[in-house]
Design a protein around this ligand. Sequence first.
Ligand code: BES
Ligand code: MN
Ligand code: ZN
Length: 490
Amino acid sequence: MEFQPTELGYLDWSGDALAIGLFEEDVELAGSLAQLDEKLAGTLKELISETDFKGKEGSSAVTRVGAGSPIRKIAVIGLGKSENNPKLDTWRRAAAAAARLAKKQKCKTLGISFPVWNDAPDATAGAVVEGAELALYQDNRFKSESDDRGLPVQRVDLLGLAGTDAAVARAQQIVSGVILARQLVAAPANVVTPVSMAETAQSLAAECGLQLEILELEDCEKLGMGAFLGVAKASDLPPKFIHLTYKPEGTPVRRVAIVGKGLTFDSGGLNIKVAGGSIEMMKVDMAGAAATLGAAKAIGQLKPDVEVHFISAVTENMISGRALHPGDILTASNGKTIEVNNTDAEGRLTLADALVFAEKLGVDAIVDLATLTGACVIALGDDIAGLWSPSDTLAAELSAAAEKAGEKLWRMPLEEKYFEGMKSVVADMKNTGPRPGGSITAAMFLKQFVKQTPWAHLDIAGPVWTDKENGYNSAGATGYGVRTLVHWVL
Ligand code: BES
Ligand code: MN
Ligand code: ZN
């Protein structure tokens, strides 16, 4: 799909489908909209009244235009009330609706004419590109026959957005990262393994000019990563500790680390997941690592002035004669000892060593992303990730980035008192506390492995997957986190 910003407006454009974004107050069709309606012999007015289109956010309607017209189909996409200052994400969702309609209507060329958001043509164009591309991405890798309906949209003209070519290119680079994350998360655990994740990191390094360091089992042993290796023990596959680095040409204005939980499968270990515990979905347990690699792909192309380290301790949580026993005591690479009272709380064990490694790099900030707890899904639902950070500054930066990205984030408390629930009789701490506040105690556990670097933890267990189409996300992996990370780094 090719995007073409143009100075043409809806009165002059010709092609297969024209999609107009309308606020609720626009449906009366004043001014140039009346002109357009006239040009289309009243089809626009008719469409609006026949479908009861009121311009509500999320609504749309489409019809064909009489023969001899320069456009074949006309679509209206609701943007809500303009006085409510709709968010940029409304434009992403509207573009998704337009692209989906065009595809279904077998339109090869689509003209999108949306009002400019917040006097910012670049942001508007970027949002439209993201929305349309993310909505039309279809994963047919594991189907013998594509069940893709409609025709691929070949060209999208961005009407009235001439001069936004650089923003379009940037949006496409970001989307390429989101799609990589979606592909990694959607692929099952017999395809995406610690070994394949390391290979993906290697191709990224080659493609985007990133530095790559892969720590093998022995390297991790030398660094004393007993928590990570404890989890990895039962797997027949070798663990891989991935460390990709993006370095800008000049002196970096900032140095940061992104750490992603990378469990290519989480059976629970000997505390095996029970039926109804979604064990069959636990291929998604590397979504933090996927967002990390997706962000690496985008950032490697966007080339900001920031040095970024992309880190993931990748393994599977399996059962075998070599598995962790519940009750085992592990020593992490910062010397702290952990009584593993539940082998299903494995993500925090792998992250512990990854966070210690990240802090040793001497970066200015660390952000981790993890499908860490079912408790976070209970607290915030499927659409919202939890954010924990002792730093108000970093929390504000991430919230602002998530807002720009259209990814929902909610700050949660790091309640010191709750850590008492993780006290161990025999070791420095247990890896799980009582059930109440389970996502908070998980965050408190991670906090023990960061000494002084500003750090934030995102629990993304909810939003990394969606069972049904939602805005520009199709059913399946969403690629959650990549866009927030990119906006945070930029
Ligand atoms: N990977 C899971 C969390 C998860 C749940 C991810 C749902 C995606 C969707 C994690 O390793 C886990 O098993 N957490 C346990 C922690 C408990 C043992 C303290 C949980 O949430 O039940
Ligand atoms: Mn688990
Ligand atoms: Zn897990």
